[in-house]
Design a binder for this molecule. Structure first.
Ligand code: FSO
Ligand code: SF4
Length: 569
């Protein structure tokens, strides 16, 4: 295996034996092969687009497949074996549709041809045998063949370090995009341009003719679609659940048994809240689900009790003391300890061997959480970790409603500078930096946050400035979009021609691939001088890092005192 897609990669260079995240070498290799098959599907899906043939199944499959390979989403070998088998069928169905429509597609080699013939009955011998990428032709139907193939199609198969770096940067951006697209899709919102770009980017990573400059251009284009997908998800969330509003969230516990929901999927949460009404079971959020409390639509549920615990990486302690069942709706799963494993349920793209699964929606019917609710009833209430409240809900609509107050505070000098500290939390000790940074910031500064990075400072007594809290939480990591909307609005209000002239600094913590798409989106919007920590991505080669530094002023972090001096200068 070789994987370096997240910030916690081994030795800051790459996981080679087993993931620091807990991913086995076997699963890592299968993920590489799944990615490979998604590239093969994408080749045909793009051809189909040109021929005006719709490929909704392939679009959905590629999106979900990408999402499944995100850090901490799915650790289950069998799940990936099944996905690879399905991928080959999806690929060949698109190919069959092309043939049926009279589009000439390349012939497979003899081995794949006979299998493909069986699958589609459409393949004829006279099809041209143009050279085509192996990902469009390769076929096998068993796990041992998958293993062999996987060993040849991983990240290191690209020899040139800079090309590899750019291909992976693009790939991780697209994985993040897929996660956000999937959340929007679940709520009935989709955009063909976003599907098309994911496919175009995947195909580009197979094209040896593309230069480094071509790949840099694609990475920038990825940022454009990053903005689009976050805007789409924002529309999906706010149209379905209302605009987030200032909300106090209880961080203590009640006396009833509870279900803890983690991840990002608001639809799962909604259906669970519906089904727990009147059952005597409370529902709590963990990690990235905290911002659900800010949406008006969830406020009517009296059993929506509060937020329990902190960011994803503390789940091995906090799931234990929660006492009740836990629902993992998206990435953020840590391999569960035996002490609470039987209480963890997964759904959607999440997977881990031996965990109970809640099946997908069928025929428009909600998921069935009866087993989870019955389980909760047999459990004691959660053990209290803390008491009190945290305040959030400062997405764009709410902040713009307060715009006059904010603008006055800037004009009067009461607020000197905003710090965008969006992104992720993680288990490495060096992330203490972010709490220290928040504490050391001058009193006349305000933190704008989104994502689980907030857990490093959202419970600190940082006070307010004339009623404006010093930590404004917009929501989940995708709600970084809100922070960009706020910045663009302030630029307009202050009559500036450049978003970089605003008194806003960017000190972003990253962990996994959704942070990559957020970063690319910010670069696309023209934001410069973003600081990224706790370490720069291992997948940036020295030359690619140099481009980011020279063109966009990307920087790392050092220590809070020195960094604050640089930011405030
Ligand atoms: Fe946190 Fe990153 Fe959204 Fe996570 S911002 S770390 S696993 O993404 O998911 O929250
Ligand atoms: Fe290592 Fe991160 Fe990849 Fe897991 S996701 S194998 S920790 S680089």
């Amino acid at each position: 295996m070789f994987c370096y897609q997240c910030q916690e990669t081994a030795k800051g260079t790459g996981c080679t034996m087993r993931g620091v995240c807990g991913k086995t070498a076997e699963v890592s290799n299968l993920q590489d092969l799944l990615m490979y098959t998604l590239k093969g599907i994408s080749v045909y899906a793009l051809e189909a687009r040109q021929a005006k043939i719709a490929t909704p199944d392939a679009d959905k499959f590629i999106m979900e497949g990408l999402f499944a390979t995100i850090t901490n989403a799915n650790f289950d070998k069998e799940h990936f074996i099944l996905l690879i088998k399905q991928a080959l069928i999806v690929r060949d169905n698109v190919k069959a549709a092309l043939v049926k429509a009279g589009v000439k597609v390349e012939a497979a080699n003899d081995n794949t041809k006979s299998i493909w013939q069986k699958l589609t009955n459409l393949f004829t011998a006279d099809e041209t045998a143009e050279a085509s990428h192996d990902s469009t032709l390769w076929f096998a139907d068993n796990a041992s063949e998958f293993e062999k193939k996987a060993a040849t199609v991983g990240i290191l198969a690209t020899e040139n370090e800079d090309v590899r770096s750019l291909r992976e940067l693009l790939t991780y951006g697209v994985k993040g995009m897929a996660a956000y697209a999937e959340h929007a899709y679940t709520l009935g919102y989709m955009e063909d341009g976003i599907f098309a770009f994911m496919q175009k980017a995947l195909v580009a990573t197979t094209n040896d003719k593309l230069s480094a400059d071509d790949l840099v251009a694609l990475v920038m284009e990825c940022g454009k679609y990053g903005v689009d997908v976050m805007a789409l998800l924002d529309k999906a969330n706010t149209s379905t659940y209302g605009n987030p509003e200032i909300t106090k969230v209880n961080i203590g516990v009640r006396n009833n048994p509870g279900i803890l929901v983690s991840g990002h999927d608001l639809k799962d949460l909604e259906e669970l809240l519906e089904q727990t009404q009147g059952t005597g079971v409370d529902v709590y959020t963990h990690g990235e689900m905290l911002p659900a409390h800010y949406y008006p639509a969830f406020k009517k549920y009296t059993n929506f009790a509060g937020n329990y615990g902190n960011a994803w990486w503390l789940q091995d302690k906090e799931f234990e003391t929660f006492n009740g069942p836990i629902l993992m709706t998206t990435n953020c799963l840590v391999p569960p300890k035996a002490s609470y494993k039987e209480r963890v349920y997964v759904t959607g793209v999440v997977g881990f061997e031996g965990l109970k699964e809640i099946s997908q929606r069928k025929n428009g019917k909600p998921k069935d959480f009866a087993a989870l609710i019955a389980h909760a009833k047999k459990c004691p209430p959660p053990k209290e970790l803390e008491q009190g409240e945290i305040v959030g809900g400062f997405a764009h609509n709410q902040v713009l409603a307060l715009a006059d107050k904010v603008v006055d505070a800037v004009k009067s000098g009461a607020i000197k500078r905003f710090f965008v500290m969006a992104g992720c939390d993680g288990r490495v000790k060096s992330r203490d930096y972010y709490a220290d940074f928040a504490k050391a910031l001058p009193q006349d500064t305000v933190i704008l946050t989104a994502g689980c990075a907030k857990y490093r400072y959202n419970k600190l007594p940082l006070g307010d400035i004339g009623g404006i809290p010093r930590v404004l939480d917009a929501g989940q990591c995708n709600d970084s979009y809100s922070l960009a909307v706020i910045a663009l609005k302030l630029k307009e209000v202050f009559g500036l021609d450049d978003v970089n002239k605003l008194p806003i600094s960017y000190n972003i913590a990253w962990y996994e691939q959704k942070a990559v798409i957020v970063l690319l989106a910010l670069l696309y919007l023209g934001v410069k001088d973003i600081h990224l920590g706790p370490t720069l991505p291992a997948f940036l080669s020295p030359n690619v890092a140099k481009v980011l530094v020279e063109q966009f002023g990307i920087g790392g972090i050092s220590n809070p005192e020195d960094d604050i001096k640089i930011f405030m200068a």
